[in-house]
Design a protein around this ligand. Structure first.
Ligand code: PLP
Length: 328
């Protein structure tokens, strides 16, 4: 679609039309939301980042004194954000998402699969919980897993990752089961302002055109690399849902995603600095492979020798020889 960067649109016969001020809505954003809503089977809203989507959903769905049950080992930044919001009276407790959440939680926050530990949530246990259930499905994408079909109320994506897909757009998305939650959060987004810009929405739309092709190819390559890493003498442990995770096998279909972590024997910082094809950089979900030790960001929460690898679209044999060389 043509990109309309307008912040204003003339009123029609003296009345605001569908588009009037871009902090509320703009054509590329609405089109991206239509596409994202269709992919996840709900009502979507686009944000300027995954973190903006996270903070808006907390502010919009919870009140001071309420508690979020957060999947332990999920994206480090989500815990940091919730700690920040504690000043506003919203509490959080961590729990093992492969089992039931604490009963008194007011929102259950899952991650499928978790970044960087790659655990998969028990959706049946979550569905049985009386509170609303949010699933951050950034790493699985709607190509492999649609949480709303398994009882979730809200899906969260860092669209910066697979949805955008090229490491050049910072964006986030929420997809709601209930129209009323969508309306509530849309109103809050309009008042607080974290909508994605038109250029970003356009890049997300372009990314969505190849999403399925990318995710399938990345899943195939990641499974192959996970198996080979698993048999490598210098690798102590591989974390990947495709290596026999029972919950992931139950809920994911068509692949296990392009994200994996592996713990190396010895100095992981030497390994991360030794790849040539795979960039030593943060983030995940792009066409180009990246890898990094997570200890630099997360400290003792992760093993010092854990390396997170986001598998891109390069030839799998070229990726393997790069990894083999770095491990040696
Ligand atoms: N959720 C997950 C699983 C992530 O990995 C990230 C970022 O790494 C986020 C949310 C936050 O997204 P963003 O960086 O787009 O704000």
């Amino acid at each position: 679609m043509a990109l309309d960067r307008s912040t204003i649109w003339p009123y029609i016969d003296g009345e605001p039309g569908e588009f009037n001020y871009s902090r509320y809505d703009h054509p590329a954003g609405v089109e991206a939301e239509r596409a994202l809503g269709e992919l996840d089977g709900g009502h979507a809203l686009l944000f300027s980042s995954g973190a903006a989507a996270s903070s808006t959903v907390v502010l919009g769905l919870l009140a001071p004194g309420q508690t979020i049950a957060l999947a332990e080992g999920c994206y480090y930044g989500t815990g940091l954000l919730l700690r920040e919001l504690e000043r506003w009276g919203v509490r959080f407790v961590e729990f093992d998402q492969t089992g039931p959440a604490p009963e008194d939680a007011d929102l259950v926050w899952l991650e499928a699969p978790s970044n960087p530990f790659l655990t998969f949530p028990d959706m049946e246990a979550a569905r049985a919980h009386p509170a609303k259930v949010l699933v951050d499905a950034t790493a699985s994408t709607p190509v492999l897993f649609r949480p709303l079909e398994h009882g979730a109320d809200v899906v969260l994506h860092s669209a910066t990752k697979y949805l955008g897909g090229h490491h050049d757009a910072l964006a986030g998305a929420l997809v709601f089961r209930a129209r009323e939650d969508h309306e509530r959060i849309k109103g809050l987004r309009g008042r607080t302002g974290p909508i994605a810009a038109p250029d970003t929405a356009w890049l997300v739309l372009r990314g969505l055109k190849t999403l399925e092709l990318r995710v399938r190819r990345q899943s195939e390559s990641a499974l192959e690399l996970a198996r080979r890493l698993d048999g490598h003498a210098r690798v102590e442990r591989v974390r990947y849902p495709g290596l026999g995770d029972e919950l992931a096998s139950r809920y994911m279909s068509g692949g296990f995603g392009g994200l994996l972590s592996f713990d190396v024997a010895g100095d992981a910082t030497r390994v991360e600095r030794s790849t040539r094809l795979i960039a030593n950089a943060t983030s995940l979900g792009g066409a180009d492979s990246v890898l990094e030790t997570r200890y630099r960001w997360e400290g003792d929460r992760v093993p010092e020798n854990l390396i997170r690898l986001s598998v891109g679209l390069e030839d799998v044999e070229a990726l393997w020889s790069d990894l083999e060389h770095a491990l040696e």
